[in-house]
Design a protein around this ligand. Sequence first.
Ligand code: UDP
Ligand code: MG
Length: 315
Amino acid sequence: MILYLVIPCYNEEEVLPETAGRLKEKIQNLISQGRITEKSRVVFVDDGSKDQTWKLIEELHKQNTLFSGVKLSRNRGHQNALMAGLYNVRGKADAVISLDADLQDDINAIDGFLDQYNEGCEVVYGVRSSRKKDSFFKKFTAEMFYKMMNLMGAEVVFNHADYRLLSSRALDALFEFKEVNLFLRGIVPMVGFRSGEVYYERNERFAGESKYPLKKMLSFAFEGITSLSIKPIRFIINMGIFMFFVSMLMLLYFLIRHFTGHTVSGWTSLIVSIWAIGGLQLLSIGVIGEYIGKVYLETKQRPRFIIDEFLHEQE
Ligand code: UDP
Ligand code: MG
C-alpha cells in the first residue's frame, strides 16, 4: 500500500531537519518490512512561515524524492494547512496520516494505524493515553476543551487531536463537506465508516515552541462549537423561557403582597434584575450574532487556502 504522511508546518525551522530524519528512518523501516511501498511520501505543508521553513522543505525535496512540499500563499492556520495538504495528495495514496511537525505524537503508533487499516478500518484515531508530559495548564485546558465541546453538542473523540489515518475512501468523503470553516475533529466522525483507535503517549516538543498560544486555542474551541452545533442558540431559548417563568412568579408574588397590604420595599431586587436581564440579553444577542457572522462568511464561499507551489515527484 502507498502511505502518505501530511504535516502542517508553521515557522518550524528548528524542528524540521530532525523531524525529516526521524520520519525518513521510520518510512524506510516500514518499506523494508514490506508494510508500505516505495511510492510512499512525506508531505510538508508550509503554512506561510516567516522563517526558513520552505527553504528547508525545498532542500529536503531535492535530496530525496521521499519528501514533498506544498506551499500556501499565506498563513491560514493549522486546520486549513492540513486540508491543503490532504487536498493535494487525494487520489495518490491508499491512506494518509496527518501529524504535527514537532513529532509530539509518537510516530511508532503508525504501525498500529496500519494494523487497523489492514483490518478494514477507513479511519483510525490516534488517542493520547496520558498527558504526563504536558504542563498542568495545557492538560487542564485541553481536557476542559474536550468536555466543553461534547457538552455544547460537538461530538469529538476524547483526547484525539489531528493525528489520524484516513483511507482514500474516507478522504474523498471528507471533501464532500463543503463548508469553508472546517473543524476537522468534528467533521471526521461525521464521515462515518468503520473506525479504530490507537493509543500512544504524547511527548514534549523537542525544539521550538508551541504555535498554539491560549488565544488561538480559545478561538479554535469557539470555532469548533459554532461550526458544529446550534446548541448555544437552543440554550438561549431555554434561558429565555426560564426567565419569563421566573418573572411571572415574581409578578404573582408582588401582586399578592400588594393586595395583602405590604408595599414593595427597596430597589435592590429591581436593580439586580435589570442588570441580570440586560447582561443576559447582550450575551444572547452576541451568540446569535456569531452564528449570523458564520453564515455570512460561509455564503462568501472564499477558498480555504491558496497553493503557491507544489513540489512532488511520482514514479
Ligand atoms: N501550525 C500551522 N499553522 C499555524 C499554527 C500551527 O500549520 O498557524 C502547525 C505547527 O507547525 C505544528 C502543528 O500545527 O505542526 C501543531 O502546532 P503546535 O505543535 O505548535 O501545537 P501544540 O502541540 O502546542 O498544541
Ligand atoms: Mg505540538
